[in-house]
Ligand binder design. Structure first.
Ligand code: MOS
Length: 729
């Protein structure tokens, strides 16, 4: 099915199941420990061996020698794989650095070897006997230094944009701001580490793994191993968080495959937490300069946003200027991305890549500008709203209820009680402040396929390689099929995350919810037609309800229709693909974040007191799981504001605080109160589901709202994240 014209009324609009707050159908499995994650696939391999990955001890250079003799003699050791005995190892399309080092080392903790043994403890003990000698090379690890030689990224579609005459308009603007903001390297720090279980049968490999994008990683594993894609099956039914860190094939998958081949046994690996943050990808640090010029009445006349980030050779920039191209009006504009070469671990996507760090900077700048103008920051944002793409005024937004989010948020949060003068509200030793920020994240649609099968008993089974990374995919897919086929949700079974199933959108870039359910919609539309044909009814007028297909006075139970088919089941498969609707209108999601903080006047300790997000993100398929997505994202935004920071050792070239003891993220005690409001809207341009992404919208702007609240509380403007207490004293 191709989506080329705006959605009209369709079966989803019945809203019998869709749009209702629905418990996660996978919830009981997870809370009772019966959801089999990759490391717990005991039936797939009852007697696996264990792999332990050795990470490079230098950031850049060459392996001079590897001595595995002592390790091989250690108890329980079955195999040791390094570049010397691994055979030819390629590089996947989605990887920047190679997943197995040697002889060249590209970054710290890049995998150098895997030790396979009967037990995890034996593998770990033997790994300490492997002796690796390196020849170190000089690397660049300091973004500030590297910025001087940063270049426009070649691979980027739009490295810079220019509209009108920014320089002239900025020079003549009566009120202006020119400030630089920095955001640190950050780690996904998901609960479940990267984990894989590899099982070879002859030349065919099955990999149970924790991965967001099954088809990408199936292709990349085949490419890396140099075997046909058909010989690789990926299975990923449950995933304990990804946040972008599991979009790509990672080293534990390759090392499990190589280890299993060498040992002649199934091998499983949970990448050790201590090497995860340097071995895998991270969100790169940015240096962002923002200039804004406005009239005295507060209309933006000139806006510029330049961002520099770093990555390994062949890598890509953090697209932190994305939102600045679309969020506020103003005729004279300039945005630019620069990419520096760094020899740190690979930079890549982390929840809302681009907008998350971009909004961290832009939304402080907007707060600073409002203050210069002596305007309320909510009003300043509303005054500079735009209904068209400001870089291409012929292009409208498909939906843009940004002003409503701001107004409703201000009302609900009690914004009028905020004292615009900083440092004036006190409760005992606590200085209290309120902050606001816009929320903005683009909406992307990805083609997505599914299979829908009407079973003999009248239930429906959905199969797609879509993943559920903790987001609620199982549930919204079941809701979609239930709505389409006129069944209660309990009569739908959902099977996900298997490369034997039709290729879905996967989970990333907040596209998974709308895109994967749209694929299920397409498959169910086809199934409805097949069922109607089998029942001898007109598919255009037949109704699917209460487990039956009906027309006029005729009603045939779905079970009965299935049994009319020769195999006793009816199977439909389809894909939802997109035409150029996305080009005709700009599809984005909007919101407003409000935060109240207390800052200890003696120690500078910041405590978030309450948070509110108002979101406009198309139809909300499941308000319960959507809320969970948004409060999770808001929590991550607090982490970005106050604590998350991979600290670079600029001499050695690695992240020092590379585990959950040193890399701090918020815990329940840090987040006392969160409220989420969804505006009631549908976007007919997005898909027949009329939904959009929301899971990443929730993080975009939060950190700046916290920063602005801290400023309102204390009068201290911090432009360098995270806002740790030393910066407030
Ligand atoms: Mo997201 S960072 O595209 O998983």
């Amino acid at each position: 099915m191709k989506f080329t014209t705006p959605a009209t009324t369709n079966p989803i609009d019945q809203l019998k199941v869709i749009g209702k707050p629905t418990d996660r159908i996978d919830g009981p499995y997870k809370t009772t420990g019966t959801a089999p994650y990759a490391y717990e696939q005991h039936e797939a391999a009852p007697n696996p061996a264990y792999g332990y990955v050795i990470g490079a001890a230098v950031a850049k250079g060459r392996i001079a020698s590897i001595d595995t003799a002592a390790a091989k003699r250690a108890p329980g050791v079955l195999a040791i794989v390094t570049y010397e005995n691994a055979g030819k190892i390629g590089k996947g399309k989605f990887n920047t650095a190679r997943l197995l080092a040697g002889p060249e080392v590209q970054h710290y903790h890049q995998a150098v070897a895997v030790v396979v043994a009967e037990t995890f403890e034996q593998a770990r003990a033997a790994s300490s006997l492997v002796k690796v000698e390196y020849v170190k090379a000089k690397g660049e690890y300091d973004l500030k230094q590297a910025k001087n030689s940063a270049k426009l990224p070649k691979k980027e579609e739009k490295p810079e944009t220019k509209t009108g005459d920014f320089a002239g308009a900025f020079a003549s603007a009566p009120v202006k701001l020119d400030a630089t903001y920095t955001t640190p390297d950050q780690s996904h720090a998901m609960m479940e580490p990267h984990a894989s279980l590899a099982v070879w049968e002859g030349d065919k490999l099955t990999l149970w793994t924790s991965n967001q994008m099954i088809a990408w990683s199936q292709g990349d594993l085949a490419k890396t191993l140099g075997i046909p894609k058909e010989n690789v099956r990926l299975v990923s039914p449950f995933i304990g968080g990804g946040f972008g860190g599991k979009l790509f094939l990672r080293s534990e998958a390759l090392m499990a495959a190589l280890g299993a081949r060498a040992a002649g046994r199934p091998v499983k690996i949970a990448l050790q937490r201590a090497i995860m943050m340097n071995n895998t990808t991270h969100r790169p640090a940015t240096i962002q300069r923002i200039r804004i010029g406005a009239t005295r009445e507060g209309r933006i006349t000139a806006i510029a946003h330049e961002s520099t980030s770093g990555d390994l050779p062949g890598g890509q920039p953090e697209t932190a200027v994305q939102q600045t191209r679309l969020l506020y009006a103003g005729p004279n504009r300039f945005t630019q991305l620069k990419l520096a070469t760094l020899d740190l671990p690979e930079a890549n996507a982390m929840r809302a890549p681009g907008e998350a760090p971009g909004m961290m900077a832009l939304e402080i700048a907007i707060d600073e500008m409002a203050e210069k103008l002596k305007m309320d920051p909510v009003t300043f944002r509303i005054v500079n709203d735009t209904t068209v793409d400001p870089e291409n005024r012929a292009r409208k937004f498909s939906q843009r209820r940004f002003v409503e989010c701001m107004r409703q948020g201000a009302e609900r949060f009690g914004w009028k009680n905020r004292n615009p003068e900083p440092g004036k509200r006190r409760e005992g030793r606590w200085l209290i402040g309120m902050g606001v920020a816009s929320a903005f994240r683009n909406n992307m649609n990805m083609k997505s396929a599914a299979r829908a099968r009407l079973e003999k008993n009248g239930s429906v089974t959905i199969e797609t390689d879509m993943t559920d990374i903790g987001t609620g995919s199982y549930t919204i897919i079941a809701q979609t099929a239930a709505e389409m086929m006129g069944l209660p949700i309990g009569r739908v079974s959902v099977l996900l995350g298997d490369s034997n199933f039709p290729v879905s959108s996967g989970s990333g870039g907040q596209w998974g919810g709308n895109s994967s359910t749209a694929g299920v919609y397409a498959a169910c539309m086809k199934l409805r037609e097949m069922v109607a044909a089998r029942a001898g009814l007109d598919p255009a007028t037949a109704e699917f309800a209460d487990g039956a297909i009906r027309l006029g006075t005729r009603s045939i139970p779905l079970a009965q229709v299935a049994q009319m088919a020769p195999e006793g089941v009816i199977t439909a498969e389809d894909i939802m693909e997109y035409g150029d609707l996305e080009k005709k209108t700009q599809q984005s999601t909007f919101g407003a974040h409000f935060v109240e903080v207390g800052v200890d006047s003696a120690t500078g300790e910041v405590r978030v007191r309450r948070m509110l997000a108002v979101c406009a993100a198309g139809r909300i398929l499941n308000p319960k799981s959507a809320r969970s997505q948004v409060i999770g994202a808001m929590t991550m935004g607090v982490g970005a504001a106050l604590m998350e920071h991979l600290v670079v050792d600029k001499r050695i070239g690695f992240f020092v605080n590379h585990d959950l003891a040193g890399y701090e993220v918020p815990v329940h005690g840090d987040i006392p109160h969160q409220e989420v409001v969804f505006l009631d809207e549908t976007d007919p341009m997005s898909s027949p589901m009329k939904a959009k992404g929301v899971g990443e919208l929730g993080i975009c702007g939060v950190a700046a709202a916290v920063a602005n609240a801290i400023y309102n509380a204390t009068g201290v403007r911090v432009r360098d994240y995270p806002i740790t207490l030393d910066k407030l004293l």
